[in-house]
Design a protein around this ligand. Structure first.
Ligand code: PLP
Length: 359
């Protein structure tokens, strides 16, 4: 038998691995997971019933074209069905967008720090990441991003609101940026947290995409709609881009369970968005609590807050975990803390207060 292992693509060397949020863990006490920006509410009874019904036929392949979900999305957003594409979570769709646009020698621009999947999916494709630091206020520096465009640029991510800072760019500055980007470069507005936005100046990407063929909007059922475990997200884009997404999709990637639960969720949207409203209320409470304690916290339009804990980050995450809440540390930088159940938010506020006094 030969000792040689199969030849793998050099691009895979040194790819950072995606770090999932740590599960809740605390001995002898109730533990909460505030590390993955999930929705703390359990599935709605009606959505669960639909899913249980679909489970009965998992001996069958799903509808590969996601017909029912696609037409429901097209109706919901007032766009042609041919402008909708679904995928295995919006991260799956983001990867398809890179596959469709970028390869070795090409450049993908994104802000940093931002969603940690961007560097991974860019490197897998063989393209080069161009990271543009956030401003001192932790917001996308759109002027610097525009200045980073070269003739190799193929795709630009604008994560709005941004993960992990929660900050959002506003309409006027985003429009100015889009006007400055050459029309043959795809701009992906990643709006995974759109439903949590309350600042009226933060634009709805779907309005911006309508007369801009190089803009693609990414949305997900994982956050506001509470279907993170089912893996379904979607893009809205003009036809050539949406068609490219159909070409790069893994056949049968979106399960029937995910498709049916997503349709049921869209039909139960009022109730789900009511829950989002409660979480937004909790977000305000947590943000104000932290500021009263003396923390500098950027305004957040998402379901999480960002604390710059610097070289105390790992310590801080450790004390949170001991107290019963698992948060997401970015060592040396800060922690991202999801807005969760009221009790979880209370524990986090208590830990933050005690820690603040130590600093
Ligand atoms: C900005 C952003 N985009 C996309 C995703 C991916 O979500 P999903 O693949 O579950 O749709 C996340 C998840 O954390 C995110 O924060």
């Amino acid at each position: 038998m030969s000792e040689t292992s199969p030849r793998l693509r050099a691009e895979l060397e040194g790819i950072p691995t995606y770090k999932p949020g740590k599960p809740a863990a605390a001995e002898g006490q109730q533990a909460y997971k505030l590390s993955s920006n999930e929705n703390p509410y359990p599935p709605l009874p009606g959505v669960l019933e639909t899913a249980m019904e679909t489970v009965r036929s998992f001996n069958r392949y799903p509808d590969m074209a996601c017909t029912g979900l696609m037409s429901e999305l097209a109706d919901r957003f007032g766009v042609p069905v041919s402008h909708v594409a679904t995928g295995t979570g919006s991260v799956g769709v983001a990867q398809q967008l890179i596959q469709a646009t970028s390869g070795p020698g090409d450049e993908v621009i994104y802000a940093w720090r931002s969603f940690e999947a961007y560097p991974i999916i860019t490197q897998i494709s063989g393209a080069t990441s161009v990271r543009v630091p956030l401003t001192s206020g932790e917001v996308h520096d759109l002027d610097a991003m525009a200045a980073a465009i070269t003739d190799r640029t193929r795709l630009i991510f604008v994560c709005n609101p941004n993960n992990p800072t929660g900050t959002a760019v506003r309409k006027a500055e985003l429009e100015r940026f889009l006007d400055a980007v050459p029309s043959d470069i795809l701009v992906v507005l990643d709006e995974a947290y759109r439903e949590f936005v309350r600042d009226p100046e933060v634009p709805d990407g779907i309005e911006l995409y309508r007369d801009r063929p190089n803009v693609c909007v990414l949305r997900t059922f994982s956050k506001a709609y509470g279907l993170a475990g089912l893996r379904v997200g979607f893009a809205i884009a003009h036809e050539p881009v949406a068609a490219a997404l159909r070409k790069t999709a893994v056949p049968f990637g979106v399960s029937q369970l995910a498709q049916d639960a997503a349709v049921a969720s869209l039909r139960a949207e009022d109730e789900l968005l009511g829950r989002v409203g409660v979480l937004v209320g909790e977000r305000t409470r947590v943000l104000e609590g932290l500021r009263t304690q003396g923390w500098t916290v950027p305004d957040t339009q998402a379901n999480f807050v960002w604390l710059r804990t610097g070289d105390r980050t790992v310590d801080f995450a450790g004390v949170c975990e001991q107290a019963g809440v698992t948060v997401r540390p970015f060592p040396g930088e800060g922690v991202r803390v999801t807005i969760g159940e009221v009790e979880a938010n209370d524990i986090f506020l208590k830990v933050a207060e005690a820690f603040r006094k130590e600093l």
